[in-house]
Design a protein around this ligand. Structure first.
Ligand code: FES
Ligand SMILES: [Fe+2]
Length: 438
């Protein structure tokens, strides 16, 4: 477990344009770092660590760790630096029920206990050694880690993490900027009409996904939920008395649940994203694309994503080359000239805000209400953590581990219809329940 003491908070004392800038700091002992450590975070694909695999270096929230699978198939996440004289355990040997340091042969198990010190005369000296280690959980094909203090909370029953691999496509991207600006991009519904606007030729798709080409001024509203913030975005549909409606969610503290493949596959699809700090200047964007009826076209997703990816989950488009923007395509096909992959749009545009976005330079507008609320909610949650309370969304009792009101809908409603009732209609247990036979 992490035994780092909480550092003196670095929070701004006065309200001002940069009151929440401290949320960008994520290392051990920082207030936001402690908040992020209060939740399970995705770490690595399970398939990246098969039996017999080499230990895998992991950098997470500014901590250098090593993920390894021992010779009895137990998986551990421990300090990367050997407890003896601090060399790199990513170079370690997997043998004898643990990972053995190649310098002097000390052997550590998945819980960070020292099992052997082969050159040490005292047989009990090893018992005084305990490496930092973190609990792991496996879900949706991914190892998740809890870097917080005390007992880990329950792993949240989010719909997108239920079901087997046939229901969920998982990928991750390296983002070369702070986690917070990336996360805020996910709860900014207006950008879909601009940044992601593509030419839709198919009339059915146009009707369904008009949100990506309809620049009508949306009516935004938000409401607090047990897990974060629900966002309603409604836009007038031209020449009708109907509204297009999207219901999306900010999920504390660094995730969101947004539209997915329900447009193609019908109800029951959503995507969850996590923006997980590697350190204050880098993060991984994890994508969990879920559909309950399991008909995701993974091959085409794979094709689309691999066409945009380079080594190490980076995109091949480089900031120094203005992301290879195609200005000719901006005359109709693609609003931003950055191809058709939404992930690429999001990563490029948030990286372009600067490595660590400076909130003092912003001029927030009425379309940023969810971002403002999310910052305040994170700030309130930091207070909870500092006071020793569980922050919003952390669940410890099974009967509270229920997120069926994490409603994600892209649809249409009558102008006079109540959005709350519309949403409630979709908050049914069956909406995202995995359906093997469909
Ligand atoms: S540095 Fe690891 S055993 Fe000596
Ligand atoms: Fe986006």
């Amino acid at each position: 477990m992490n035994d780092t003491t909480i550092a003196v908070p670095v929070r701004m004392k006065t309200r001002g344009p940069d009151r929440y800038q401290y949320l960008t700091q994520t290392g051990p002992g920082t207030p936001a770092g402690e908040l992020l450590r209060s939740y399970w975070q995705p770490v690595a694909m399970i398939e990246s660590l098969p039996s017999g695999a080499a230990p895998q270096p992991v950098r997470l929230l500014g901590e250098d760790l090593v993920l390894f699978r021992d010779d009895q198939d137990r998986v551990g996440l421990i300090d990367r630096k050997c407890a003896h004289r601090c060399t790199d355990l990513a170079l370690g040997r997997i043998e004898d029920g643990g990972i053995r340091c190649p310098y002097h042969g000390w052997l550590f198990d998945v819980n960070g206990r020292c099992l052997e010190q082969p050159a040490e005369a005292s047989p009990t000296a090893k018992d005084r050694i305990k490496m930092k280690s973190y609990p792991l959980h496996e879900a949706a094909g991914v190892f998740w880690a809890y870097l917080g203090r005390g007992e880990p909370p329950l792993f949240p029953n989010y719909p997108a993490l239920q079901g087997g691999p046939e229901h969920c496509y998982v990928t991750r991207w390296l983002g070369e900027c702070n986690w917070l600006q990336a996360s805020e991009g996910n709860i900014d519904p207006v950008h879909t009409s601009f940044l992601h606007q593509l030419e839709l030729t198919d009339p059915q798709m146009k009707a369904r996904w008009g949100v990506f080409s309809n620049q009508a001024r949306p009516e935004l509203s938000i409401v607090d939920t047990c897990f974060g913030v629900r966002l309603y975005t409604r836009r007038a549909i031209a020449d009708t008395d109907r509204l297009s409606v999207r219901v999306t969610n900010f999920v504390m503290p660094n995730a969101c649940a947004v539209g997915g493949f329900e447009g193609y596959l019908g109800e029951g699809g959503l995507t969850m994203l996590w923006d997980v700090p590697i350190d204050d200047e880098h993060h991984y964007r994890w994508e969990f694309i879920f559909h309950r009826s399991g008909k995701l076209d993974k091959e085409s997703l794979e094709r689309q994503y691999s066409a945009e990816k380079a080594e190490g989950d980076r995109m091949w488009r480089r900031q120094e080359e203005l992301y290879s923007q195609n200005r000719a395509s901006m005359q109709g096909k693609a609003y931003a000239g950055l191809g058709e992959c939404f992930s690429v749009h999001d990563i490029a545009i948030t990286q372009a805000q600067g490595v660590v976005h400076q909130q003092a330079n912003e001029h927030l507008s009425s379309t940023d209400i969810a971002i403002v609320r999310a910052r305040r909610m994170l700030d309130e949650a930091v207070d909870d953590v500092m006071a020793g309370r569980d922050p919003r969304g952390v669940v410890r009792s099974p009967d509270q581990n229920d997120f069926r009101d994490m409603v994600v809908v892209t649809g249409e409603m009558g102008a006079a219809e109540s959005k709350e009732e519309y949403c409630a209609k979709h908050a049914v247990p069956s909406l995202f329940a995995v359906q093997e036979s469909v």
